[in-house]
Design a protein around this ligand. Structure first.
Ligand SMILES: O=C(O)/C=C/C(=O)CC(=O)CC(=O)O
Ligand SMILES: [Ca+2]
Ligand SMILES: [Mg+2]
Length: 369
């Protein structure tokens, strides 16, 4: 990452939607510490959301990126981020969350189900997921109000085990159904960072047998920046055994993304995305394999990203062993789960197709009572 652009140089150019005071929403790309207004380029770039561009398909995406790169080299004005408000960059259609980190699944199982630790029998045969709530996907910086709910039998109140999940989101551009893994890049527009906030006490009480419901539907935060697939270098997917069924093959590309999790400005974890078991192409193939359709603006998230080390986990449930082993923050205070006023920032870096280190931006949220 070069010092002067902070990972937001001309090899990156993630898209976002910004406004200036009393101004309308516009599409821009991040350049250094500012944003370049793309409205002068016209067409799908002169809109208030990324959806029209996302709906236009892969050829248009590549053409738009070429036009943006050509525009950026002419030295256009860069509006400082401090002068703009960032918005949700696209209208979220459906939101789906997967569970594709083997290490995360093993950790959670050992912590929450010590009587039967390990992967569930289908785990290596299909990418497990659930359908979430798109209406509560919010842009980074939106305060997160501590949810209330049933915490245990006869107890309704504010969650005492509010947690984060560091994830990578994939944004669908072109609609489709029964999408082959080879067609991943025809349908997926780009990548954004996701924090899938989770209330562990609600979750433990409500989730069997149908899975997460209110424990995760209250808020999901996303970065304001969508990094186009065209910007990202790919790496080979990790080996899978047993071999998945044919509709999940070939596995498709993997991405060497490195995340960081900061709790009140203390770096507590560095989750490695390259270690994910199921690829984003397999997740999309599975999601649509029954004939279900995806549409422009669908967001699907990887699942919590956890590596093998204690300081590589993507949730505080894992980091603090369900609160039993608190972490010490830089100010000397101890934390098991989130307290009111706490702030979490998930950031990430990637390798660009040009071989440079680029930033995925960040997703932050502060907890309100
Ligand atoms: O294993 C469990 O009981 C629970 C797991 C999760 O809460 C994780 C989830 O939402 C899916 C993921 O992010 O990997
Ligand atoms: Ca999740
Ligand atoms: Mg959520």
């Amino acid at each position: 990452m070069s010092d002067d652009d902070g990972g937001f140089g001309p090899d990156n150019l993630p898209y976002g939607v910004f406004s200036r005071p009393r101004g309308e929403r516009r599409i821009g790309v991040r350049l250094g510490t500012g944003v370049v207004d793309l409205s002068a380029l016209g067409g799908h770039l002169a809109q208030a959301s990324l959806n029209p561009l996302m709906a236009a398909g892969r050829r248009e995406w590549t053409a738009a990126r070429e036009a943006v790169v050509a525009h950026v080299v002419t030295g256009p004005p860069v509006i400082p981020l401090s002068d703009v408000t960032m918005h949700l960059p696209f209208e979220v259609a459906d939101y789906t969350d997967f569970y594709s980190s083997e290490q995360h699944a093993l950790n959670v199982s050992a912590i929450l189900r010590p009587d039967s630790p390990g992967l569930s029998p289908q785990w290596k045969h299909l990418p497990i997921g659930y359908h979430g709530r798109s209406a509560t996907v919010v842009v980074s910086g939106t305060p997160i109000v501590r949810p209330s709910g049933q915490l245990a039998e006869g107890v309704f109140g504010p969650t005492r085990r509010l947690d984060v999940e560091a994830e990578v989101g994939f944004v669908v551009g072109t609609p489709g159904r029964r999408i082959a893994t080879d067609d991943f890049a025809e349908h997926v527009f780009g990548v954004t960072l996701v924090n899938d906030w989770s209330a562990r006490d609600l979750q433990a009480w409500e989730y069997r047998p149908l899975g997460p419901f209110l424990a995760k539907s209250f808020a999901t935060s996303v970065s304001p920046w969508v990094v186009p697939l065209d910007a990202l270098a790919t790496v080979p997917a990790p080996p899978q055994s047993p071999e998945p069924l044919g509709y999940l093959l070939p596995a498709g590309p993997a991405f060497d993304l490195r995340l960081t999790v900061e709790w009140n400005d203390t770096l507590v974890s560095t989750p490695p995305f390259a270690s994910m078991y199921w690829t984003a192409a397999q997740q999309l193939a599975h999601l649509t394999s029954n004939g279900a359709s995806v549409r422009t603006g669908d967001l699907y998230a990887s699942g919590t990203v956890s590596g093998p080390e204690r300081d590589q986990v993507g949730s505080f449930l894992e980091l603090t062993r369900n609160g039993a082993e608190p972490v010490k923050l830089a100010d000397g205070t101890l934390r098991g789960f989130l307290e009111n006023g706490d702030r979490v920032r998930i950031a990430g870096t990637a390798r660009s197709v040009a071989g440079t280190e680029i930033s995925l931006g960040s997703v932050s949220g502060t907890i309100l009572p």
